[in-house]
Design a protein around this ligand. Structure first.
Ligand SMILES: Nc1ncnc2c1ncn2[C@@H]1O[C@H](COP(=O)(O)OP(=O)(O)O)[C@@H](O)[C@H]1O
Ligand SMILES: [Mg+2]
Length: 260
């Protein structure tokens, strides 16, 4: 068996698939360029490391259940002048993640709350953290079912494990008493342990109506906001932008403010 044949047995058995695929071309180049041994080895392994990282990130990305992949680069900040760019820059450092503090995006539909939450989650994943995305409605119905089947504790772990939990669309649907209690439990369990990014179309003053009970709403907000950044977006819906351009909708300044 030639040395090369033995390599093609050993490399796959070590799980070095990328190296196995590229070893010939690397060898050829090394002899052509008279590469030093260390340079040859470093280059060969760099390919394997890169391939692994790509694979690992792809898995993490899949596990995160993002509704779509959108980055900060794809966000048009000029469309949303009410956004504090310095605040967004600070969030992009992911300091909040290391401090286990929370981020709350508030604003009317279509202003980019989910987009920015997804962009932060992607950045967290690229930095090596686990993230999980779920809508408030799916979260509470999943945990509600678990509670009825007396396996809430175990099911909660799914939402406690990732460094970053994104809870999207809090407040679109009100929660019943059990839902509110479950949400309180989740927020308490993650408190000072892992970050939550939350998006909502309701201002904090309206949270009492999401949870029916002002006392539990206060208890939830208390923990959620203790270490947190609130990003208020007051602009126009990006979804309506093109329709407005086409003259299918009135201009914002002529429209009576709906107040949500
Ligand atoms: N400023 C923006 N620049 C680029 N795309 C945007 C911007 N704001 C929103 N979008 C896009 O518009 C759509 C609606 O935004 P989304 O984040 O889902 O809004 P919501 O605030 O309702 O969560 C998405 O496809 C999003 O990528
Ligand atoms: Mg949204």
């Amino acid at each position: 068996m030639s040395a090369l044949d033995r390599l093609h047995v050993m490399l796959p058995s070590l799980g070095l698939m990328e190296t196995d695929a590229l070893v010939e071309s690397h060898l050829e180049r090394a002899s052509k360029e008279q590469q030093a041994y260390a340079d040859f080895l470093a280059e060969l392994l760099a390919g394997e490391v890169e391939a692994r990282r790509t694979r690992y990130l792809r898995t993490r990305m899949r596990l995160a259940h993002l509704p779509y992949q959108k980055s900060f680069a794809q966000f048009d900040f000029s469309f949303q002048p009410s956004l504090d760019k310095r605040q967004i820059k600070e969030l992009q450092t992911l300091r909040f993640l290391h401090e286990a503090s929370n981020v709350i995006f508030l604003g009317p539909p279509g202003v980019g709350k989910t987009h920015l939450a997804v962009a932060l989650a992607m950045q967290a994943i690229e930095a090596g953290s686990g993230a999980y995305f779920i809508t408030a409605h799916d979260l509470v119905s999943d945990l509600g079912r678990a509670a009825r089947e007396a396996r809430l504790e175990r099911r909660l772990r799914i939402y406690l494990a990732p460094k970053l939990l994104v809870v999207d669309e809090m407040g679109y649907l009100p929660l019943d008493e059990v839902g509110a209690t479950i949400f309180f439990q989740l927020v308490s369990a993650r408190y000072e342990r892992g970050s939550i990014i939350l998006t909502s179309n309701k201002s904090y003053g309206e949270w009492g109506s999401i949870f029916h009970d002002p006392i539990i709403a206060t208890a939830i907000l208390d923990r959620l906001l203790h270490h947190s950044t609130t990003v208020n977006i007051r602009g126009e819906s990006y979804r309506l932008k093109d329709r407005r351009k086409a003259g299918l909708l009135p201009h914002p300044e002529r429209r009576k403010d709906s107040g949500n």
